[in-house]
Design a protein around this ligand. Structure first.
Ligand SMILES: CC(C)(COP(=O)(O)OP(=O)(O)OC[C@H]1O[C@@H](n2cnc3c(N)ncnc32)[C@H](O)[C@@H]1OP(=O)(O)O)[C@@H](O)C(=O)NCCC(=O)NCCS
Length: 216
């Protein structure tokens, strides 16, 4: 599908139950820095090799640079960078990030998804819900046809996220990305809009799977 608009489907706020996806705000700096800093041992082993200390790279000042960069990419239509929030007791708390990045349009209409959550909300299905919301939006309003996720083979929690949602395992990429100090192999998963069109979308599929799991 070809698009005349520069950034179809952006900005947007998406929600399902306690999970809210929204664009970052400048005022997220302190919350972002705090959650990133307290999660160093949880996140660093899965993230691009840092070029400085974790503390500095996750400061409020760094956030402001990251924010400006993400906002530019989003306006150009090359990324949909969502802040992932969780509503607890009526309060919305920044709990992670989900970015559909490297968006290429024309004949490809594809994006890579990257994500993380605060370890304090891990295991509650936050990221599968967030990914399902983002994928449905990307297919319905973002002009995209395919979403790809590349994961280190040993990252079982992340592989579970895409496997539970029914992404297809498509590729093995040796020494694909420089993560945590070395070139790391990745397993490539993907989903196209046809895969979920007949099921009412990926979120509907995820809800059905959760309902089936809780009734068995
Ligand atoms: C990968 C990640 C985003 C998953 O998010 P999530 O919201 O916890 O996803 P889920 O609730 O569906 O849990 C996924 C799996 O995590 C594991 N898990 C569950 N609770 C957990 C906990 N408290 N701590 C660690 N892992 C847990 C389980 O294997 C679970 O799979 P299951 O549902 O089949 O049991 C999260 O683990 C994370 O941020 N990890 C660090 C960063 C990262 O790996 N990013 C992805 C790089 S490709």
């Amino acid at each position: 599908m070809l698009w005349s608009g520069e950034a179809p489907g952006w900005p947007v706020v998406l929600a399902d139950g306690p999970v809210v996806l929204r664009p970052y705000r400048r005022s997220d700096a302190r919350a972002w820095s705090h959650v990133r800093r307290i999660n160093e041992s949880w996140l660093a082993k899965w993230e691009p090799t840092p070029y400085g200390s974790w503390h500095e790279l996750n400061s409020p000042a760094t956030f402001r640079a990251v924010y400006a960069d993400l906002r530019r990419s989003a306006r150009r239509g090359t990324a949909m960078p969502f802040a992932v929030c969780v509503v607890d007791d009526g309060r919305e708390r920044l709990a992670g990030q989900l970015t559909l990045g490297n968006i290429v349009r024309r004949a490809f209409c594809s994006a890579y998804a990257g994500y993380w959550v605060d370890s304090r909300v891990a295991g509650r299905g936050v990221m599968p819900t967030a990914l399902a919301l983002a994928v449905d939006h990307a297919f319905r309003s973002g002009g995209l046809h395919r979403i790809e996720v590349n994961i280190r083979p040993e990252n079982t929690p992340s592989r579970r996220v895409v496997e539970k949602l029914g992404f297809r395992e498509e590729a093995y990429h040796p020494r694909y990305l420089h993560i945590d100090g070395a070139w790391r192999d990745h397993v490539g998963y993907a989903l196209t809009s046809e895969d979920v069109a007949g099921e009412g979308g990926l979120l509907a599929r995820w809800h059905r799977l959760q309902a089936a799991a809780s009734s068995s």
